[in-house]
Ligand binder design. Structure first.
Ligand SMILES: [Zn+2]
Length: 241
């Protein structure tokens, strides 16, 4: 499931192909996608990311807001199946999404602001303040998009492993030194994810995520899998306190 790094990778692929171009054709191949207006003739002024959202700023104070959800992705060579295609200038971007949970909406600036206002800060501008207010386990708090935005199951487990923090620890009990470690670890885990580029799903390697029973890469203790708030959670019982 795409998290902040995967979304950032997609944005970095979309930008050079579509940014500054005029939309000349839009194919909507899935009736689940309902665009509330005409896009043809609009210029794509900017493509950017907020949390796990992809945002196209268009002329006329309108915005395309895209969320990849479970299986959404963008291809640039026409695939066999896709839900939406945006043709702009000489380029085309094809929105593929086998599970069809991804969303594409056309919004006014006010509607966009309203949607994004509930999101917590980006992890790169880490602000542990909101996280420190909750007694929930730190792993669960990291997934709450209103406390910190863009983190999902993979990067929560990976950053806690890097920071040597047990995912079950109540968020409010973390010490200042642990918050600093967590901040550095989040940024490092996300940057590593982004550095894989478009082939991330084929080449990505993890420290804790999905490594149940395999030796911890620090201390060789088998990685344990537990369930926290209905989500699989992976950690080293020896070196994450
Ligand atoms: Zn370990």
């Amino acid at each position: 499931m795409p998290e902040l790094p995967e979304v950032e990778i997609v944005v970095r692929q979309l930008r050079p192909r579509l940014c500054g171009r005029i939309i000349r054709h839009v194919e909507v191949c899935d009736p689940k996608i309902k665009l509330t207006g005409q896009l043809v003739g609009d210029r794509i002024k900017k493509i950017h990311r907020r949390a796990k959202f992809i945002i196209f700023d268009l002329t006329g104070h309108r915005h395309l807001l895209i969320h990849l959800r479970m299986t959404g992705w963008f291809e640039f060579v026409r695939p066999e199946r896709y839900r939406l295609a945006i043709h702009a200038g000489k380029s085309a971007a094809y929105f593929t999404d086998s599970r069809r949970f991804g969303t594409v909406e056309l919004l006014s600036t006010r509607e966009l602001t309203c949607k994004l206002t509930k999101l917590g800060p980006e992890p790169f501008q880490f602000d542990g303040h909101r996280l420190q207010q909750t007694t929930r386990p730190i792993k669960v708090a990291l997934l709450d998009q209103s406390l910190i935005a863009g983190i999902g199951n993979i990067y929560a487990s990976e950053s806690l492993w890097r920071a040597r923090i047990n995912p079950q620890r109540p968020s409010r009990r973390l010490r200042p030194a642990e918050w600093r470690r967590l901040q550095r670890s989040l940024v490092a885990a996300l940057r590593k994810g982004i550095s894989y580029g478009p082939r991330i799903f084929d080449v990505q390697e993890f420290f804790a995520y999905d490594r149940t029973g395999k030796p911890c890469r620090r201390c060789r203790t088998p990685i344990r899998r537990i369930v926290l708030a209905q989500r699989a959670t992976f950690f080293c019982p020896h070196c994450q306190h």
